[in-house]
Write a protein that binds this ligand. Sequence first.
Ligand SMILES: [Fe+2]
Ligand SMILES: [Fe+2]
Length: 358
Amino acid sequence: MEKILAEYRRTLGDFEVVDIDEGRIANLRRELDVGVPIDLHWTWNYGSEVEELRSLYERGKRGQWNAETDINWSTPLPPNEWFLPKEGLQLLPTILKAGGADDATCCQAAFDEFAYTMSQLLHGEQAALQLCGQLTNACPTMDAKFYAASQVADEARHVEVIAKLLERKVGTVYPIGGVLKVLLDKLLAAPTWKTKTLGMQTLFEGMAVGIFDMIQKGSTNPLVSDIIRRVKQDEARHAAFGILTMRRTVKDATPEEMIEMEDFAYDILETLNANQQLDMLHDLGPKYGLDPDGVAQMVLQSPEWPKFNSDIFMHTVIPNLARLGLITERTESKYRARAMMFGDRFGTGIDGDVQASL
Ligand SMILES: [Fe+2]
Ligand SMILES: [Fe+2]
C-alpha cells in the first residue's frame, strides 16, 4: 500500500519527512465540504447492553462544566511572561536559546508556539466534535449512542473554551496544518465506526491526553492550568471509550482485520510524526530567522532525539496500542526506528485521569 501523502515525502539526512507545499496547504484549508459515506444504524433495544459504556456516559453527565461561567476569565495571560518551561517542552524557545537568543525573544517565541499548538488543538477539537456526531449515528448500541452524544457536548465545550482562550487572551488563531487536515479528513471519511473509533478515540485522543498532560505539568499560569485540567479530564473519558470499545473490537477481529487495524494505526501515526513540526516551522520560523529544514535537521541529529521525540507517543497512545495487540513484531521495529517508541513498550504506566475513567 502506498504511504499517506507519498508525493510530499522527501529525505532529510536519514529521515523521511512529510512536507506539504504552501499552495497545497491553502487548497486543503479551502476544502470545507468533505464527502463522508456513513451508514446510520437504528436500534430498538433501549435497555443497557454494554454496562461499561453506560457507566462512562453517567460519568460524563457528572463531569459537565460550563466554559463561560466555571472559568475565571479575568485571570491575565501576559504574552511577555514565561508560563511554560523555558527549555525542553517547546521547540522554538529551546532552539533559540541554544543559538544564543535573548530571554525576551525566547519568551515571545514560546508564546507564539503556544498559540500555534492551541490552534491546532482547536481544529482537532472541531474534528472530534464532527466525528462524535458520526458515531452517534453509526454506533450499534444505545449505550454507545448515549456515550457518543455526551462526547458531542464535551467536544463542543472544548471548541468553545479553546476558541475563547485564543480570542480573549492570545489574539491569534493559526490556520490548520496541512498534515493534520489530511489525517483528520481521513478519519472523518473512514467507512466504519470501528475505524473512526480507532482513529479518533485511540490515536488522536491518546495524543491529546499526552499533549494536555505535558502542558498541564509545565504551566504556571492559573487560567491555562485550569482550562487544560478540565479539558484533559474529559479527554481521559474519551480515551477510555477508545480503549473499552477497541478491547471488544480486537476480541472479535479476524487475523486479517487485526493486520488492517495495526497498519492503519501505524500509517496515521507515522505520517503525523514524519512532519516533525515542519508545518509549524514554516509558519513561525521565518519570524525568528529560523530555517525550517535547518531546525528539523538539528533536532533529528540530536542524541536525545529518540527519547525527546517519543515522549508524546509513549504517554498514552503507543502503550494502548500495544495492550490491544495492535503493535506486534511486524510494526514495533518500525515505530522504534522512527523514534515513536522508546524504552518499555508500555511506557511509564497508564495516565491517572484515563485510569480513573476506565
Ligand atoms: Fe476534546
Ligand atoms: Fe475528546
